[in-house]
Unconditional design. Structure first.
Ligand code: NAG
Ligand code: NAG
Ligand code: NAG
Ligand code: NAG
Ligand code: NAG
Ligand code: NAG
Length: 770
């Protein structure tokens, strides 16, 4: 898996790793071996049972491999607490053999996964110009006091001011975690950052080269510090990036306690977070006592029983922990969303109402881009302006020159000029470095048609600005029509209350759900573009090796950044409503989300066309509403297990999650009590059941709905009266196909239950069987 942010330093690292990798192709591979649930499921774990369980796992492998030594050497993790199994290095034939033993529930390769501020909380309504309004969820949740938020990521930079513990009381006694310093004695925890651990055996088994510096939870990448501080960083006045976006930095739950689980390391073949480590981290987080886990990483869709994230998170959710994940940065491709299991909250990314405008001035006109570049061009001077293709190096392809890839520009042709490069393939900041290296005076980075209007403010290393596709076209026709075109780039500044906001980021991965399309993914969207949060001082803001700058706060973009926004809000809701289940919290967030922007128009995608639930799920998070949703669609662990039965998983696959006998009658997949309704293959009609639970005042709710095109909905009954808290009422929704041709591709409607004050909204997504 990889962390899900859009900064793409992978290509150059990749090349290096391929060189290092190629000679030794291992015969042995690492696997995760599942042995079903522990018999005393949910009992208080102890060191003694850990030891006994480890021992019995060794004995089992010994008997299978018929060698004591081989077994001792090959196991590198023993999961003894919630997950029964181990991770081991085995030959392929051995793995094949082992899979046949009746004790073995499943065996799957230890695969790698990829990793996928200051203004966003005001944009979300939690604060207003530094004040906390009465209706803010922060008030009711006491800023998330004493909720414990963990993240699985690249570790943490403990020295960051966002993790200072001034004014925090003693660590909650239920906390059982540790501060794993090992080879990094300067590492520390405190009453804010209460725990940190690292997991690297799965990485080493997956091909990573580790040395003593890997025995530390310290974040030398920046990603983990950024995500953890976004979820729960303390208030830090005067934070900003290179003088931009000044303000008080803070996380969503500023008074939460934090714990870092380092599972992501420098990429090996583009993979950096391995299943065996992810499972070990989930196990530790459960026994340490975290309340919320933020997981900004993901891989390709795979069956739930053979992937560390769905398996580990199922155990976490079974133990009352809410798990929030990122949707991925593979958008806007259809069906690109990752983290598909229904027990996860899966988060897309969108913009907020802050920009860092930097204009390109040309002729008598100008176009607005965005940048965080500290470099400026002399005022009142225009520079020769060219397309990067016109500075192509003799030994480069036109395509590489268009993208300003390393070595593609000729200094003779670029020197002293402003060069326009096209976005894509290589890192955005690296393109600027290429122009700078070729002696260019500045860079204009233009989107291609696929990225449209989404522009990202980066800390470029030369005067540079990032512009939309449409503006790029304007500049092209200016270039076409002028004999000696000249231009300049203005110094960026911070602009607030920009419109429209939010709109969806082009990179945000899109539905439908590739594994089981009956579950809408992503679930929700949150700010994920140009997010300012704490950063490591062991890496440059751009993640590129030539960049020698070190800064305490950085601006990053990606679904990795939107995920911890939701994790922070989940933490607040856990503080405000400790009695709510994780699914009730998820329902509260989803049914209260908004689908309109700050112009009161439907939320747009990055080409400024109307977006839909495959972009944003239920919509854009509205935390103050989520604290009082009125009604929730709740779910139990049994509901999820029945759902797995209905998906066709057999009993041994299901016992990867928990020993369970499927009911005789298989449920309809669409009947999972999810806060959205999705029907991927409608023939004639379908009747779906849902159950609402009252978590507010007594009241009578009426249904209203908007039919998807070509489909007619009916709801029974259309009124539900709740007289007490916790009361549950069932209703059905029938979807009837009226015009098949209208619904050849997905069509969208909605259902709202309203008592006049609370609106409990669900998107309806339907496609006819073709
Ligand atoms: C450990 O490995 C890292 C990353 O490969 C490298 O940068 C560092 O120099 C190594 N340190 C030691 C002490 O070998
Ligand atoms: C932000 O802070 C920096 C450094 O303190 C300062 O130079 C800059 O002018 C400030 N910007 C704004 C917009 O306040
Ligand atoms: C082209 O040649 C230059 C100078 O020899 C070199 O630095 C650059 O990397 C080469 N570019 C490519 C794409 O091979
Ligand atoms: C600029 O000119 C080129 C070739 O003359 C043409 O292909 C292109 O469409 C023109 N672009 C614009 C935006 O006018
Ligand atoms: C935005 O939506 C329109 C209409 O559905 C679509 O054609 C376009 O490709 C979308 N753009 C992006 C970036 O998703
Ligand atoms: C369950 O399904 C898997 C994969 O199809 C198969 O290998 C296994 O034998 C099945 N187990 C049982 C108990 O049916």
């Amino acid at each position: 898996m990889k962390t899900q942010k859009t900064i793409g330093f992978l290509p150059c690292l990749l090349a290096v790793f391929f060189l290092l990798q190629s000679p030794a192709i291992a015969v042995k591979k690492s696997y995760v071996v599942y042995l079903g649930g522990h018999s005393s499921f949910g009992a208080e774990p102890s060191a003694l049972t850990d030891e006994l369980r480890t021992e019995s796992q060794y004995e089992l492998l010994e008997s299978w491999l018929k060698s004591k030594e081989k077994a001792r050497d090959s196991i590198f993790y023993s999961y003894t607490r919630f997950i029964n199994g181990f991770a081991a290095i085995l030959e392929e034939e051995e793995a094949q053999e082992i899979s046949k033993y009746p004790e073995v529930v499943s065996i799957f390769p230890n695969r790698g996964h990829k990793l996928h501020t200051t203004r966003s909380w005001q944009f979300l309504g939690l604060e207003e110009d530094g004040k906390v309004p009465m209706e803010s969820l922060w008030t009711k949740a006491r800023f998330g006091e004493d909720v414990i938020i963990g993240n699985l990521d690249t570790g943490v930079w403990p020295e960051s001011e966002s993790f200072r513990d001034e004014g925090m009381g003693p660590i909650p006694t239920r906390w059982k975690g540790i501060c794993q310093k090992d080879e990094d004695q300067k590492f520390f925890c405190n009453r804010k950052l209460i725990g940190a651990r690292y997991f690297n055996k799965g990485y080493a088994a997956g091909g990573g080269t580790v040395n003593s510096t890997f025995n530390s939870p310290r974040d030398i990448d920046g990603h983990g510090t950024h995500t953890l501080s976004t979820a729960g960083g303390a208030f830090v006045p005067g934070a900003g990036v290179l003088g931009f976006g000044n303000g008080t930095a803070k996380g969503g739950a500023p008074r939460a306690r934090l714990a870092a689980y380092k599972v992501c390391w420098p990429p090996v073949n583009g993979r950096q977070c391995f299943d065996a480590d992810i499972l070990a981290a989930f196990e530790s987080a459960i026994s340490d006592g975290v309340d919320v886990l933020s997981v900004s990483l993901g891989g390709e869709p795979s069956p739930y029983f053979s992937d560390g994230i769905p398996v580990g998170s199922f155990h976490a959710v079974s133990n009352g922990i809410a798990v929030v994940t990122s949707a991925g940065n593979s958008g806007p491709a259809v069906g690109s969303v990752s983290n598909l299991a229904p027990w996860l909250v899966t988060v897309g990314a969108s913009t907020m109402d802050r920009e860092f405008p930097s204009y390109v001035i040309f002729g008598t006109e100008r176009v607005k881009g965005q940048s965080l570049s500290m470099e400026s061009l002399p005022k009142n001077k225009l520079f020769p302006f060219i397309q990067s293709m016109d500075a192509k190096a003799a030994n480069s392809s036109l395509q590489d020159a268009e993208l300003c890839k390393i070595g593609s520009l000729d200094p003779e042709k670029a020197k002293g000029k402003i060069v326009m490069c096209t976005r894509g393939v290589s890192d955005r900041v690296e393109k600027g470095e290429v122009v700078k290296f070729a002696g260019g005076a500045g860079m204009v980075l233009a989107n291609d048609a696929s990225t449209g209007y989404e522009i990202i403010a980066d800390a470029h290393v030369l005067p540079a600005t990032h512009i939309t596709f449409a503006d790029g076209q304007k500049l092209l026709s200016f270039l076409n029509s002028s004999k000696s075109p000249r231009a300049s780039i203005t110094v960026p500044f911070t602009a607030l209350d920009t419109k429209p906001a939010p709109f969806m980021a082009a990179f945000s991965s899109r539905g439908p759900n590739a594994i089981n399309p009956e579950i809408l993914k992503p679930d929700i969207t949150a700010p994920g573009v140009s997010i300012i949060a704490a950063y490591t001082e062991a890496n440059s803001p751009t993640d590129l090796t030539f960049d020698k700058r070190r800064i305490p706060y950085n601006s990053l973009s990606g679904t990795s950044m939107s995920c911890p926004h939701i994790a922070g809000i989940v933490g607040l809701l856990k503080s405000a409503h400790p009695e709510w289940s994780s699914s009730a919290i998820k329902s509260a967030i989803l049914t209260t989300a908004r689908t309109h922007d700050n112009l009161k128009e439907p939320i747009k995608n990055s080409s400024l066309s109307t977006a839909n639930p495959f972009n944003y799920g239920s919509g854009h998070v509205w935390p103050n509403r989520a604290q009082d949703p009125g009604l929730v669609y709740d779910l139990t662990i049994e509901d999820y297990l029945n759902f797995l039965c209905a998906l066709g998983y057999n009993s041994s696959q299901i016992s990867t999650f928990r020993p369970y006998n499927c009911p005789e009658k298989t449920m309809l997949l669409e009947d999972l009590n999810y806060p959205s309704i999705t029907v991927p293959n409608l023939v004639n009609s379908i009747t779906i059941t849902r159950k609402l639970k009252n978590v507010g005042e007594p009241g009578t709710y009426s249904a209203r709905w908007r039919n998807p095109k070509g489909v007619v909905m009916s709801v029974k009954p259309t009124r539900l009266a709740f007289v007490k808290i916790g009361e549950e009422k069932t209703f059905t929704v029938t979807l009837r196909m009226k015009n098949k041709d209208d619904a050849k591709d997905y069509v969208f409607g909605s259902l709202v239950w309203s008592d006049g004050y609370h609106d409990v909204k669900s998107p309806i997504t339907v496609k006819s069987l073709v």
